[in-house]
Ligand binder design. Structure first.
Ligand code: PNW
Length: 456
């Protein structure tokens, strides 16, 4: 099985999950420093204060990427390194780090994919209301322009946001992520202001000459339990309504404004029931509907639902009244997430069909398992099988006409897995946090050969 000639192979990380050096070179606090420093929020009280110490070990980490044949590396920039207070003066020392990292990547002939926001909002902005406030979208655009002014000469691929659904609904809805607020109306506003920030920032970057713009979403096919095994399974009226609702809240809430300039009716109805729609101002959707080149798709598992009349909305899903979340009949990873590779084919084919305005790239895909180093090796057969199955699913999607330009594994390194702390390992490279030793797992050595052969 061979992939298209220019197919991009790589891996992804995020600033707060790997960098550490939380107080160095003028970095200000982010909402994740505050949240992880609050008792009871993150498993085991783990924080990103040291993480993988990538801030100091980036040169060795790039060497490792090169040994693994990576052609692309997606990382994010920590806004509080660039603007410790979230607005106002730029901290040049913060930009210096990314400058050094970029030079190292380019020397190794690895294309940088830069994400501007992977959830580490400056705490000073949260103190003023965070993404629930409109002003944060404007601050984000200013920050994006400042980063581009310094790094734009060496970066072709810019992503504005990573997974706005998670940032809005786990951050402000169920409170499982920073800033830990539990307020459905604030979450609906946050989702809109994140989109507005995407539109404003993308416009600034384009004006400044950015070559390729991307929005990264966590996306998933929404299926009933029966559809997980059988795509053709018949649906009751009620189940079909549950699927439509969750598809609107998870997928179309972000893709429709960004690519078609309109909200789905289900999202407007959810906003009406949760604080209203006054925060969606005339002209916003035109700003959000900025032409972009790529949609980055982060896929882990399908979203499985069924009708459940009388069920109140889940706090992460304002507007999900009468929907029940269900388990899939499939093996699960250490996160408890079902392994369903066919979901990725179905997702990519559908998105490519529904949104021909952009190309697609799998910007995250991977799995957490309980790995251990034995005799200098990590035999992560489950992860290898997960990746193999999902790459076959990408191949199938391409053969069925989906416009998929590349695939990035989540993640290069074991890292700070948000509310799960360090106990969940997603890396293809093992990290021993006591020594910071890196050990490529069997999946990494396999992936290296997949890349060399451009296929399986
Ligand atoms: C994504 N959910 O997060 C992120 O982009 C990564 O930073 C993260 O490490 C990776 O996936 C693995 O979790 C998600 O609960 C976190 O639906 C939570 C959810 C989805 C994505």
């Amino acid at each position: 099985m061979t992939f298209p000639e220019n197919f991009v192979w790589g891996a992804a990380t995020a600033s707060y999950q790997i960098e550490g050096a939380a107080k160095e070179d003028g970095r200000g606090p982010s909402i994740w420093d505050t949240f992880s420093g609050t008792a009871g929020k993150v498993h085991n009280g783990d924080t990103g204060a040291v993480a993988c110490d990538h801030y100091h070990r980036y040169a060795d980490d790039v060497k490792l990427m090169r040994e693994l044949n990576l052609a692309a590396y997606r990382f994010s920039i920590a806004w509080p390194r660039i603007q410790p207070d979230g607005s106002g003066p730029i901290n040049p020392a913060g930009l210096d780090f990314y400058d050094r990292l970029l030079d190292e990547l380019l020397k190794a002939e690895i294309s940088p994919y830069v994400t501007l926001y992977h959830w580490d909002l400056p705490q000073a902005l949260e103190d003023r209301g965070g993404w629930a406030e409109r002003d944060t979208a404007h601050r984000f655009a200013d920050y994006a322009a400042a980063v581009h002014a310094r790094l734009g000469d060496r970066v072709e691929q810019w992503a504005t946001l990573n997974e706005p659904w998670v940032a809005a609904f786990l951050g402000y809805g169920n409170g499982v992520h920073a800033p830990g607020r539990k307020d459905a109306a604030a979450a609906m506003r946050a989702a809109h202001h994140l989109l507005l920030g995407h539109g404003l920032a993308a416009r600034r970057l384009r004006e400044a000459g950015a070559r390729s713009l991307m929005l990264v979403v966590n996306s998933a096919p929404v299926l009933t339990p029966a559809q997980v095994d059988d795509p053709a399974a018949a649906l009751s009226e009620e189940d079909a309504a549950a699927v439509r609702t969750i598809d609107a809240l998870l997928n179309r809430q972000f893709l429709d404004p960004a690519l078609r300039g309109a909200y789905p009716a289900e999202v407007l109805a959810a906003a009406e029931r949760n604080g209203g729609t006054a925060h969606i101002r005339d002209g916003d959707l035109a700003i959000i509907n900025v032409p972009i080149d790529l949609i980055g798709v982060n896929y882990y598992n399908p979203c499985v639902v069924q009708a459940a009349p009388g069920t109140p909305a889940d706090p992460a899903w304002p507007g999900s009244e009468d929907v029940g979340f269900a388990a899939a009949d499939a093996p699960v990873t250490a996160m408890g997430w079902p392994v369903v590779p066919t979901g990725l084919s179905r997702l990519l084919v559908r998105l490519s069909h529904d949104y021909p305005q952009a190309g697609f790239m799998v910007t995250e895909n991977g799995a957490a398992y309980d790995d251990a180093v034995e005799g200098g090796r990590v035999h992560d057969a489950d992860r290898l099988a997960y990746l193999d199955g999902h790459l076959r699913a990408v191949d199938l999607a391409i053969k069925q006409g989906a416009d998929v330009r590349g695939y990035l594994v989540w993640s290069l390194l074991d890292n700070f897995e948000w509310a799960e702390g360090y106990r969940r390992r997603f890396g293809i490279v093992h990290v021993d946090y006591a020594t910071q030793a890196r050990t490529p797992k069997d999946s990494a050595l396999w992936y290296r050969d997949v890349i060399a052969g451009n296929g399986l």
